[in-house]
Design a protein around this ligand. Structure first.
Ligand code: FES
Length: 145
């Protein structure tokens, strides 16, 4: 393979993978909310799970008062899990990838209930009780599930 062919094929592969990656990212709607912080926890509207008339599988709370974001998975209409997005291994911030949370630091993975599915993390994620009151979710930050 000569240099010109290599550059052509390399650029095509690079552009193709970039296009594929951006196409995949555009398929995933990630919705952020700051929620409403109270002295006991944080309130989130159930409407935050709706986007373009679809129910989202999760949303992320980002609030300046919180050291790490909280991912809320909708398990079904009446059950949610609220997970602190801080890796239990060495504390890096996690990234959401569908039904799992992935640590960019050393590769630990967690399911949507916060259980470790891939080491090196050995402990589950910190998770909080979630209750539904009317059209709001309340995440109790005083307790841990
Ligand atoms: S800090 Fe997450 S795997 Fe090490």
């Amino acid at each position: 393979m000569n240099r010109k062919t290599f550059l052509k094929q390399g650029c095509f592969a690079c552009i193709s993978s970039s296009f594929l990656l951006s196409a995949l990212e555009s398929c995933t709607v990630v919705k952020y909310t700051s929620g409403k912080l109270t002295d006991k926890g944080i309130l989130v509207s159930l409407d935050d799970f709706i986007s373009s008339n679809k129910v989202l599988p999760y949303i992320i709370i980002r609030n300046d008062e919180l050291q790490f974001p909280i991912c809320i998975y909708r398990l079904d209409a009446n059950n949610y899990s609220a997970l602190l997005m801080q890796c239990s291994h060495q504390g890096a911030e996690l990234q959401v990838a569908g039904d799992q949370l992935i640590c960019p630091a050393h590769g630990s993975e967690f399911d949507k209930w916060g259980k470790v599915t891939q080491s090196p993390a050995a402990e589950n994620l910190r998770s909080f009780p979630v209750s539904i009151t009317g059209d709001k979710l309340f995440i109790d930050l005083r307790k841990q599930v």
